[in-house]
Write a protein that binds this ligand. Structure first.
Ligand code: PPE
Length: 308
């Protein structure tokens, strides 16, 4: 999907023109994948643009940085303000937000510790991640032949740029085989997550999602959906799933910042449930989009209003 370009990007403490937000080809992160990043969305609300779960995302960014001994030259408060500033500077009502901490230019060799750190917050309008139809009609997915990176090779606790080359293998395999997305299993054969989404199943009105220990990302949307579902009266459990649990579910869906709540209608050519978005998925989408748009007072604390 081509990027919808806007005017400004926040880089190393200032707003720069989009085309000037560049780094050198010999930057450490380009060679060794030594960056950490976040994906966040801002939604259009009656009080102007508001960033969904900004605190949680920035906390995860700092946890990712800690794992890789990357010292962040800005505080969480400064990055909160920078996020608001870059959305306001571009006059956006709703957008995707991509904070990125990367090891920059000046040192070569695997050791990252002496390389400078660059900090970027980019924003741009980003529509439905898995296609315009996907939110209503669902996607067809494939269990990948590629295993998810294990906890003691590339820990799922961090959102590091380098680990996404694992997601790239799975994503491309699924696309070339004619599917919309992939799900990866861990080395023990348990379900982890998609190339860029967590996964849930619904069976007999109970929601199940794999535990973080299975090797999936500790998704912020996953956390929001668990809370929303419990508030709606559903039982939600974090339990290991095998691939056939996906086939035999009443409903199945992805969660993610980019993917939001996307129904899964087929897994490995097996129709899931009725083969279209199920009622629980639809109810959760309704609750999620109402909350993100600031229409439910109960969840206002999950929004950071850009104009406040
Ligand atoms: N698992 C993976 C592997 C993942 O990349 C994401 C986010 C999630 C689960 C869901 O996490 P959360 O966004 O916190 O609910 N993927 C981001 C990047 C997507 C991309 O293509 O780039 C995202 O959704 O922003």
């Amino acid at each position: 999907m081509p990027i919808a370009q806007v005017d400004k990007i926040w880089m190393d403490g200032e707003l720069v023109d989009w085309q000037d937000a560049t780094i050198h080809v010999l930057s450490h992160a380009v060679h060794y994948g030594s960056g950490v990043f976040e994906g966040i969305r801002a939604y259009d609300t009656a009080r102007g643009p508001a960033v969904w779960q900004l605190d949680e995302h920035l906390k995860r960014l700092f946890r990712s940085a800690k794992l890789y001994h990357l010292e962040v030259p800005f505080s969480r408060e400064a990055l909160t303000q920078a996020t608001k500033d870059v959305i306001a500077a571009n006059g956006l009502e709703a957008c995707y937000v991509r904070p990125l901490l990367l090891r920059g230019y000046g040192e070569m060799g695997v050791n990252p510790l002496d390389a400078p750190v660059n900090v970027v917050i980019a924003v741009w309008p980003w529509g439905a991640y898995l296609g315009e139809d996907a939110l209503d009609h669902g996607v067809r997915i494939k269990v990948s032949s590629w295993r998810r990176n294990s906890q003691n090779s590339l820990p799922a606790a961090a959102k590091a740029t380098g680990q996404y080359i694992n997601s790239v293998l799975a994503k491309v395999e699924s696309l070339k085989a004619g599917y919309d997305e992939a799900i990866m299993l861990n080395e023990a054969g348990m379900v982890t997550d998609g190339s860029g989404e967590n996964v849930f199943i619904v069976r007999d009105h109970v929601l199940t999602t794999p535990p973080i220990a299975a090797g999936c990302l500790d998704g912020i949307t996953r956390g929001s959906v668990i809370a929303l579902a419990r508030d709606l009266g559903y039982e939600v459990q974090e339990e290991n799933l095998v691939r056939t649990d996906l086939y035999n579910a009443d409903e199945c869906f992805f969660t993610g910042t980019a993917a939001e709540i996307t129904p899964i209608r087929e897994v490995d050519d097996r129709v899931v449930g009725e083969g279209h978005r199920g009622p629980v998925t639809k109810e959760l989408q309704g609750a999620f989009f109402a909350a993100t748009k600031g229409e439910n007072d109960r969840y206002l604390h999950w929004l950071t209003f850009v104009n406040d």
